[in-house]
Design a protein around this ligand. Sequence first.
Ligand code: ATP
Length: 247
Amino acid sequence: MIHQMENKSAEAPVIVVDRLRVVRGGREVLHDLSLEIPRGSIVGLLGPSGAGKSTLIRAIVGAQITQGGTVTVAGHAAGSAPVRALVGYVTQAPSIYPDLTVRENVAYFASLVDAPPETVTHTIHAVGLADQTDQLAGTLSGGQLTRASLAAALVGRPEVLILDEPTVGLDPAIRNELWALLRRFAHAGTTILVSSHVMDEAVRCDRLVFIRDGKILADGTLAHILASTGTDDAEAAFLALATRRAS
Ligand SMILES: Nc1ncnc2c1ncn2[C@@H]1O[C@H](COP(=O)(O)OP(=O)(O)OP(=O)(O)O)[C@@H](O)[C@H]1O
């Protein structure tokens, strides 16, 4: 599977959002939004509260009714059956079962996507939970729980991994470990989209996409965004973009 992914072009965008329009509660919240995300990159999705980040993620995972435009993942329409197996989504609320062990949880998620049984052990080891394999998920520490949720999302070897503030509340050493892990998966071809308010997470991404009022206000590397906002750190750039007067 990994081998197959490496054979595909590194340049081909795996997520393509084209002129997406979404109306929620009678109000247009995404306005003709277009975005392409290349395979194997880690992209940070930033923006103030209510900007439309979750709505965009819902559209990519196929859980959002849309009023215009298209969203494709690896060439398939978002929401179509093939895309469900291609996308792993880790929300902030742990999605694993506290009364099952780490192995039982990961095996359950593997069964949902017909992943071969040997990937269960491999994935648990990859996220650094070998010693907790037979521990009940409900007794894991916060960092271990996050890694168990990641394992559940990764066991189907998704092409796209979407993470909502993955390292919030974790200590710096565990944050580092998790980012090293994400980097390894990105190197193997997984495309990672991280939605975050936390600048410590943002600065580790290859590229940042800043959304405000349902539009993309900035899209580029951190260096590019610092230069275009005339700021010298991510927090200041975020504030500059969040408060910039609409043109
Ligand atoms: N179920 C809903 N009904 C009506 N409006 C909604 C609904 N869900 C979201 N919205 C509106 O859509 C807009 C975008 O919301 P969204 O949740 O995508 O923002 P966000 O950038 O993820 O915000 P946050 O960082 O606070 O999670 C907001 O104005 C929000 O109030």
